[in-house]
Design a protein around this ligand. Structure first.
Ligand SMILES: Cc1cc2nc3c(=O)[nH]c(=O)nc-3n(C[C@H](O)[C@H](O)[C@H](O)COP(=O)(O)OP(=O)(O)OC[C@H]3O[C@@H](n4cnc5c(N)ncnc54)[C@H](O)[C@@H]3O)c2cc1C
Length: 382
């Protein structure tokens, strides 16, 4: 196969920017189409939490690669990867979460993750968090957080340095056979390859090109609270909420609506109930009294098996979407892997589990978000 020379990337979120930079760094002539501004999609709404606490081979290898790259990028410009342990806990009385947590930690350890179970008193001795109601916790040492806006700035610069042409303000549609990008319905630009990294909009773009994918958007929420907090990242498996330290105090989230959302018509503001409940939970866990600086909603993308859709849907037409709330933390690895696959690099092969054609695109499936410490021991939370 001849390596494509001219490649279009649609979408300048964390994923599109990374793949564009990696393609250009490896010799492709890349045009990046973004209808709004770089990072204006879900990347700009992400909490920026990163970890390798996974129980499945494939997740572990992608997360490992991403974490190594995050660390190598830290200190480049304003981008900083903040090393911070990731605590996931089950509360007293929630026996199902406690036993799922124990099983998940065992499976993470089998995969060589630096993760351990700790009891409430030990957790309280190590971290400045409320542990009175904790039945059992897992602590993953290989974790941290980064500001998604700083990652966007860094990769815009990397793209520019590598010669990527930015077309900002163009809401494009996609063509297949041959691959191309239509700036309006009249003018179609031909490319040797097109990568659709348009987040939750990828389904419509590809459906219009005749390639439906199994992707459902769902709404999630987050807030920043002003307070003094210098503790770990915490995921509470009992109420499925999370928090991390933030320059203003704390960033907290949950508010998942496990139903399909319309990516063209959804409420971008946080719900009152979410702000109220999130503040109460955060205040309790951090032993502080946060006041809301800002709160917001966003969309994540679900797939039937909770693996993303990354790879070719047709000759020269690729997709990278369906992250279940993990698109930021996986972007550094997905960019490398997908750029390698597009360019036909012998060193890179995309995991079969991510093949977007493993589904027909018309499947009916339930939306399952984030980390469910379920019976399979899977850990998939932001
Ligand atoms: C509240 C919240 C918290 C989150 N927390 C985390 C977290 O802690 N860790 C984590 O890993 N993930 C987290 N996520 C998920 C994360 O935000 C996403 O998985 C990630 O940003 C996806 O990146 P992306 O590049 O695929 O998509 P996006 O960032 O959405 O980028 C897609 C881009 O495509 C553009 N686009 C769409 N249609 C077109 C078109 N027709 N033409 C041109 N451009 C187009 C959009 O404008 C957008 O800029 C969170 C999400 C939310 C909402």
């Amino acid at each position: 196969m001849q390596s494509p020379d001219r490649v279009a990337v649609v979408g300048a979120g964390a994923v599109g920017l990374t793949v564009a930079a990696d393609l250009a760094a490896n010799g492709a002539r890349v045009t990046l189409f973004e209808r709004d501004a770089p990072g204006a999609g879900m990347t700009g709404r992400a909490a920026g939490i990163c970890y390798d606490a996974y129980a499945e081979d494939i997740d572990v290898s992608v997360a490992d690669r991403a974490m190594v790259r995050f660390r190598s990028l830290s200190g480049d410009g304003a981008f900083v990867f903040h090393e911070t342990p990731y605590v996931f806990l089950a509360r007293t009385g929630d026996d199902a979460s406690a036993s799922a947590l124990r099983e998940a930690v065992e499976r993470m350890q089998v995969h060589g993750r630096d993760v351990s179970t700790v009891a409430a008193d030990e957790l309280g001795e190590r971290f400045p968090i409320q542990t009175d109601d904790v039945a059992l916790a897992g602590v993953a040492e290989n974790a941290g957080w980064a500001d998604p806006a700083a990652y966007v700035d860094l990769f815009v610069e990397r793209c520019e340095d590598a010669g990527v042409e930015f077309r900002v303000g163009d809401a494009v549609s996609v063509r297949s056979d041959p691959p191309g990008v239509a700036i309006d319905d009249v003018v179609t630009a031909r490319f040797d390859a097109v990568v659709v990294a348009a987040g939750v909009h990828s389904r419509r773009l590809l459906a219009d090109a005749g390639h439906p994918i199994a992707l459902k958007p769902y709404r999630v929420q987050a807030l920043v609270g002003e307070c003094e907090y210098d503790g770990p990242i915490v995921y509470d498996a009992t109420d499925e909420s999370y928090l991390r330290p933030h320059p203003a105090g704390v960033l907290a989230g949950d508010g998942v609506e496990p139903v399909e959302a319309d990516p063209t018509d959804w409420d971008v503001t946080a719900d009152d109930w979410f702000v109220r409940e999130s503040l109460t939970a955060t205040s309790h866990r951090t032993k502080t009294t946060p006041t809301v600086e800002r709160a917001w909603a966003g969309l994540c993308g679900a797939t039937p098996d909770r693996n993303p859709l990354v790879g070719a849907v047709d000759d020269g037409l690729y997709v990278a979407a369906g992250w279940h709330g993990h698109g930021f933390m996986w972007a550094p690895a997905i960019g490398e892997l997908l750029a390698g696959a597009v360019l036909g690099s012998a060193d890179e092969s995309l995991p079969q589990q991510f093949d977007p054609c493993r589904f027909d695109g018309d499947e009916s499936f339930a939306v399952v978000d984030g980390m469910t410490l379920d019976g399979d021991g899977e850990s998939r939370e932001k």
